[in-house]
Design a protein around this ligand. Structure first.
Ligand code: IVH
Length: 705
């Protein structure tokens, strides 16, 4: 059925329609999976919407052919609908942490003091592993599972009932009795190491992204809009708490655990009761030793006061119960070889180093990559390619490199962080904070207009409302065009029509487009061939040049050429007159000046701008020249102390009257306003024969205008 995909719905035969519905169901399910599981969509929103629209149109034309697995029938049909919200009738809390025996002893002491329990009386605690998954609440009404939700923010979670029903360990109906009309069971959904590895192998074989750890895999699998995907993922559950209930089946935590077990709910087999700090520590060490063999991730153990009447009296502090505590395991460490350092480029151009490791198991999980943080960290620790390194993995955070193992053979040479972007080859720089004089830890690619890692983002900015604002060309459309190679850089937008006229694959034949919309788009693009200078400057997406700065620059320089020349000249260095002139623009400080210089120092940005300028003409900006003011168009320098106004006010005032304010005296200076204490600038001005007036003289002059 070649070409059926592009056939208009009205032209499809029933056979072709059935084939198309089958194809679309498969494709959409695939996209959904990638989108929800990884937040890694494989198509643009526009393409995805187009698939759904086509599916709907065919279903409307051939209602008899609607499939059982049709995307339009699926739970939460459209991705934006996501899950319904569920308000937890009893909030889902978190736990306080203990990291040492002392912390645990003080927890028990706090309980004792709070309840005024004699030193002789034992406080029984339940002790159990802290499962590293995600918590869920299961609502049973008269023993029947009716609703399940994620924790969410503790107050409100997401309704994942259908998905929880696919987990074999979760009974749809409770056995026995004692659960009353309402019993909300709480516990952890998790994935075993073996299932996690197998899932990732499957993902890899299918060319899909792999999960970082079992917890992410469990979370991603539970939060699927298509419950069939959840069903295909081997999830498990342990019950350890409850929410809204009627009368409880026991008066101790332990007693309720036993009841949960008889009702058919899985509870953790390592759960024990302990009565002293010594017993607590025995349990902790026992679990820590068994940890690697458990087959699932735990990140500590949890102790809970066993007597429920005591729990009641102890209550809560902020978001955690006073009657429970999590005793965390120290982060797991391992050593392995650092095979390479990869540099990734983010959407804002940030270069981040990532360690490529000889795979090693840390806390039951195979780690292949770790973070190296930034350039300075690598230098500080002298981490070299070829080093044996210590690596740490704590709970759900990205594994990190602690440093080289110094008594193992070292890598041959210190690592040199690249000063060129590995994606586009543009130079990459670290900004200097003008206040502290310190370099930013992040090195950034300056090729913002040419770097593929940043291109899509820049294009979205380019067409945004306060930039080119082209009607019919929003983020969605421009991303779709970018992905298809139609628009890779700003200038391409303006050659779109000419290229489309020559192309065999016409824009109007694309899903979501037609002759009229394409005609309108081209007209809207043409309307922007002349554009306000400030919008043009803003659209370039230069770091630190937002709308306000773009306006200041446009007003100050008037034309793009004047602006570009000034910035290029300022590239001579911060001591140059040109750089000082750039700084003299009201509102423009070192950060912006440097960003401008860096941007124009990248020749490929300039090429892009030239390409753009051959399509687009920035209008000359109106300069605030009060032409009748005697200082209009003059370059003024203020020096010495001013009494009637601050230096900033003076600058703003001068600009309001159309003067240009410079910070140093040069041959270009027309007027020096010197207050008491004026020194070298006054001297230089006198030498150069420049007119010098005082503050009162300044007021007289501007007021005369
Ligand atoms: S009890 C009111 N027990 O840890 C107390 N939580 O940091 C509710 N967790 O959100 C929690 N294993 O996701 C409890 N055996 C266990 C647990 C456990 C894992 C998680 C749970 C909770 C978080 C609190």
């Amino acid at each position: 059925m070649a070409g059926v995909e592009n056939k208009a719905v009205g032209d499809l035969t029933p056979e072709e329609a059935a084939g198309e519905l089958e194809r679309l169901a498969g494709e959409i399910a695939g996209h959904d999976e990638r989108y929800y599981q990884e937040d890694q969509p494989s198509v643009s929103d526009a393409e995805y919407d187009a698939l759904r629209q086509r599916n709907q149109a065919i279903e409307a034309a051939f209602p008899d052919l609607v499939r059982a697995d049709s995307p339009s029938l699926r739970v939460g049909a459209a991705p934006s609908e996501k899950f319904a919200k569920v308000r937890h009738r009893v909030p889902m809390l978190s736990l306080d942490n203990a990291f040492s025996e002392d912390d645990v002893a003080s927890f028990i002491e706090r309980v004792r003091r709070f309840l005024k329990i004699d030193a002789e009386e034992a406080i029984t605690l339940t002790a159990e592993p802290k499962i590293d998954g995600l918590s869920a609440s299961l609502r049973y009404e008269n023993g029947v599972f009716v609703q399940g939700a994620t924790r969410g923010d503790g107050e409100e979670g997401e309704d994942v009932t259908v998905n929880l029903k696919t987990i074999p360990g979760i009974p749809k109906k409770l056995k026995g009795s004692g659960f009353g009309e309402v019993f909300e069971v709480r516990g952890e959904v998790y994935m075993s190491h073996a299932d996690f590895e197998a899932l990732n192998e499957r993902q890899e074989a299918d060319g899909k992204p792999v999960f970082a750890n079992p917890r992410n895999a469990a979370a991603g699998s539970l939060r699927q809009l298509d419950s069939r995907i959840t069903a295909s993922r081997p999830l498990k559950f342990f019950a350890y708490a409850w929410g809204e209930t009627g009368e409880l089946p026991a008066d101790t935590q332990w007693g309720v655990y036993e009841a949960l077990g008889t009702w058919g709910l899985p509870t953790n087999p390592l759960m024990r009761r302990v009565k002293s700090v010594a017993e607590v520590m025995d349990f902790y060490r026992h679990v820590e030793e068994s940890r690697a063999a458990l087959g699932y991730d735990i990140d500590g153990v949890v102790y809970k006061v066993d007597r429920l009447d005591w729990q009641q009296r102890l209550g809560f502090v902020s978001r955690s119960p006073r009657w429970a505590i999590a005793h965390k395991f120290p982060a797991e460490k391992a050593t392995t070889v650092l095979e390479d350092i990869e540099i990734q480029v983010g959407r804002t151009g940030a270069l981040t180093p990532r360690a490529v490791l000889t795979p090693v198991t840390v806390g039951g999980v195979v780690v292949r990559h770790a973070t190296l943080h930034n350039e300075d960290e690598i230098a500080r620790k002298d981490v070299r390619i070829g080093d044996t390194v210590t690596l740490q993995r704590a709970g759900d955070v990205i594994p990190q490199i602690l440093g080289p193992v110094l008594d193992k053979p070292r890598g041959p040479k210190p690592y040199v962080f690249p000063t060129k972007c590995p994606i586009c080859g543009s130079h990459a720089v670290r900004e200097v904070n003008p206040r502290t004089g310190k370099e930013d830890v992040v090195r950034r690619c300056t090729g913002s207009l040419v770097c593929p890692a940043q291109a899509a983002e820049k294009l979205i900015h380019f067409v945004s409302r306060n930039a080119f604002d082209i009607e019919g060309l929003g983020a969605k459309q421009v991303t779709a065009f970018y992905e298809d190679g139609l628009v890779e850089k700003p200038a391409d937008i303006f050659t779109l029509q000419a290229r489309d006229e020559k192309s065999l694959k016409k824009l109007k034949d694309r899903e979501g487009w037609g002759s009229t919309s394409v005609k309108n788009l081209f007209a809207a693009i043409d309307e922007r061939r002349e554009i306000d200078l400030n919008r043009f400057i803003f659209a370039l997406g230069i770091r630190h040049v937002g709308e306000t700065n773009a306006k200041l620059l446009a007003r100050h320089f008037g034309t793009f050429e004047a602006f570009r020349e000034a910035v290029l000249a300022a590239g001579e260095g911060p001591d140059s007159e040109a750089y000082q002139d750039l700084l003299s623009v009201d509102g423009i400080g070192d950060t912006v000046a440097e960003a401008l210089v860096e941007f124009f120092a990248e020749p490929r940005n300039e090429e892009q701008i030239d390409a753009l300028l051959s399509e687009v003409t920035p209008k000359e900006a109106e300069r605030p020249q009060t032409s009748d003011s005697p200082v209009a168009g003059k370059t003024v320098v203020f020096t010495g102390s001013l009494e009637r106004m601050t230096r900033d006010e003076a600058k703003a005032m001068a600009e309001r009257f159309g003067a240009k304010v410079a910070s140093s005296v040069s041959a270009k200076t027309d007027l020096l306003v010197a207050g008491p204490g004026a020194g070298s600038k006054l001297k230089k001005a006198t030498e150069l024969g420049i007119e010098v007036i005082d503050e009162d003289g300044w007021f007289e002059r501007v007021e005369a205008g």
